[in-house]
Design a protein around this ligand. Structure first.
Ligand code: EPU
Length: 425
């Protein structure tokens, strides 16, 4: 199992290229299921989750081919597919559930494993099921699988007004994709407004879908008979960009994040500015300059849906609060178990107390290197940030979590001057 060895204490300087967003690429790969024509994605990040999604699509019979330098992958989902997502693949990546909506919409049937639990929380998919049922699907759960089909005599899903009980990102994406091929109009109320949802909607529009209101909480979709192929560039990963903002802020330094979109990171940038970090949008990206974590002012925040502070940035910003001056509170409102980095940060010398969904961080810690264990994707990133600042050596174990969602993170950090290497065993 690979590990990362970090020698802390080097400020980050230079330029880093931000990759395409994992959470846009995954639904966009599933959108290829909606048409028999070729779908070309550009700027697909090189990630383990992308490889898993490709395997899942391949297993159904979708042909795919990598091309060019710029993360290009083409997909062709022929008419004869096996519309099934088996447990062996779904269990390793919850986003596999994104195949359900497109399969049902195009083929009138789908068998997709229930994703089960996950380290950061229970994460049910009841809203995906409820929404598709509102569109006329018959869904039963048997032997751990969601078996979805259309009622006898019905060849398409039917448009519906759907209001999800909570805002759900992949739920919105699943229903959005399903609605593109449904008969009549679908209105999604309480829809997720994340940039990844908007990027998917823009791709679907290129494929011929009729969508309005994406980027707001009310999306309306007028179903069409068929969609066609398209070429689409995956939007830049705001969470990868935010992670590098926090890494530069913590270590001190000056870096340019090429392709990063400042307009997708307002809530995080506001907190960084209040902390004393300089962040400016520039042509083609974003610049960040920081005097170093110990000279910053700790910031309290609570995670909420977009455009609020993203839960996917909570762990990384907490690493910054550990170093900064003052006491801060961090409230996690999206997932019930997303503080697993806290115990590991404490092993490096952080002072954090947890009470339910609230963590109180006493700043000004002097971190010293230790062996720590990555527990989930963003938790891993926060440990790497802490390791970049800690004195001596930090060994981050179980970095397969990191590889799921960051495109060669250690290479990018090394490019900025960090002393970091991968140990493969
Ligand atoms: N929820 C339900 N029922 C549902 C759907 C969601 O109860 O049917 C609950 C969840 O348990 C959670 C909340 O609603 O408490 C929000 O979950 P959401 O459905 O929005 O999360 P997701 O779609 O499964 C995506 C990202 C996550 C990110 C969350 C929140 C993808 C592939 N994943 O997950 O990304 O944390 O939205 O923004 O888009 C990551 O990249 O590290 C990651 C975990």
């Amino acid at each position: 199992m690979d590990k990362l060895l970090v020698h802390g204490g080097r400020p980050l300087h230079g330029e880093v290229v931000i990759s395409g967003a994992k959470n846009a690429a995954l639904p966009e790969m599933c959108a290829a299921l909606l048409t028999a024509e070729p779908v070309h994605l550009i700027n697909v990040p090189r990630l383990h989750d992308v490889r898993t999604m490709r395997k899942l699509l391949d297993n159904m019979g979708v042909a795919s081919e990598t091309h060019g330098e710029r993360g290009g992958i083409s997909f062709v989902a022929h008419d004869a597919l096996s519309p099934e997502a088996p447990y062996e693949l779904v269990k390793t990546m919850r986003a596999s559930v994104l195949a359900l909506g497109p399969l049902l919409a195009r083929f009138g049937e789908a068998t997709v494993s229930l994703p089960g639990g996950c380290a950061i929380g229970s994460r049910p998919v009841d809203q995906h099921i409820k929404g598709l049922q509102a569109m006329g699907a018959q869904i039963t759960v048997e032997h751990g699988y969601m078996i979805a089909k259309l009622p006898p005599g019905q060849s398409r899903l039917r448009g519906a007004r759907i209001s999800t009980d909570m805002i759900t990102v992949t739920g919105t994406e699943n229903l959005l994709m399903a609605a593109t091929l449904a008969e009549g109009e679908t209105v999604l109320q309480n829809a997720a407004q994340e940039p990844e949802v908007t990027d998917l909607a823009e791709m679907l529009i290129k494929m011929g879908a009729k969508i309005e209101g994406h980027g707001t909480s009310r999306i309306s979709i007028q179903g069409v008979d068929r969609l066609h192929g398209c070429t689409h560039q995956v939007v830049a990963d705001r969470i990868e960009a935010g992670t590098f903002l926090c890494a530069v802020a913590a270590t001190g330094g000056d870096a340019f994040l090429r392709h990063a979109r400042a307009d997708h990171l307002d809530a995080v940038i506001d907190k960084l500015l209040e902390a004393g970090v300089q962040v400016t949008a520039e042509d083609g990206g974003m610049r960040v300059r920081s005097p170093g974590g110990a000279l910053l002012k700790a910031q309290s925040f609570r995670t909420t849906e977009y455009p609020g502070f993203p839960t996917d940035m909570q762990a990384q910003f907490m690493a910054l609060n550990v170093l900064a001056q003052g006491t801060s509170t961090v409230t996690e409102t999206i997932f019930e178990n997303r503080f697993m980095h806290v115990n590991e940060l404490s092993r490096l010398g952080a002072h954090i107390a947890i009470d339910g969904r609230e963590a109180t961080v006493t700043g000004g810690a002097q971190l010293s290197g230790a062996t720590v264990m990555a527990t989930d994707l963003r938790a891993s990133a926060s440990l790497v940030i802490a390791g970049l600042v800690a004195s001596g050596e930090t060994l981050v174990d179980r970095i397969y979590h990191l590889d799921r969602g960051y495109d060669r993170m250690e290479d990018k950090l090394r490019g900025l001057g960090a002393d970091i290497e991968r140990l493969s065993t």
